[in-house]
Ligand binder design. Sequence first.
Ligand code: MD3
Ligand code: FE
Length: 208
Amino acid sequence: MKGLSLFRCFLPLPAQQQLWAQCDTLAHGAVPMYTPTVRGGRPMSVGMLCLGRHWNALTYGYEPTRSDFDQAPAPPIPASFRELAARAAEQAGFTFAPDICIVNYYNETSRMGVHQDKDEQRDALEAGIPIVSVSLGDTARFVIGGLARRDPTSPLMLHSGDVLVMGGPSRLRFHGVTRILAGTAPEGTGPGRFNLTFRQYGLRPNEQ
Ligand code: MD3
Ligand code: FE
């Protein structure tokens, strides 16, 4: 299917190390990473820190402050993060102005069940505005399916420094993370894995 671009080693090692350190600092900062509890009451196995706008794990909606956790405002996305995502999207043929960055932390037992990302505005989803994903640290076994949950999935290993752009007809494909390969993180990253997903909420950048 079109709309999927994988840029292997988009970030050279020094940039991976710098971005890892920035994520680590943010995760332990004034508005820290936390473990979301989803609808039904189960905790997610990943840590989450949303920048720009907060994704509420109970409502599956976006909001300015973390009303499902500590009422803290979502910290801003560093300009250098936004520029990295926009540069990758441009290489994949998309114009992209991300206003949300979700930083997830995976330890060696974390997983992400197969799901669709469809909580952004309908006009942005229909336009196929991409999600840009940056992987850091341990390798993940990622699976990508089709537009229906029962469609078959294909595995893809995501390594530190890889960037995946999912737009156009691929924007609503089902996908998940089935396992983390502990001990595979390059020097100066890890342990574990940070994944950054950049999103644009609306068709017009920065609209509510
Ligand atoms: C394919 N994270 O945070 S990123 C997520 O590797 C999430 O941590 C996975 O799924 C991870 O929501 C995958 C790559 C990705 C992101 C969005 C997609 C792949 C996608 C949207 C549509 C299809
Ligand atoms: Fe996802």
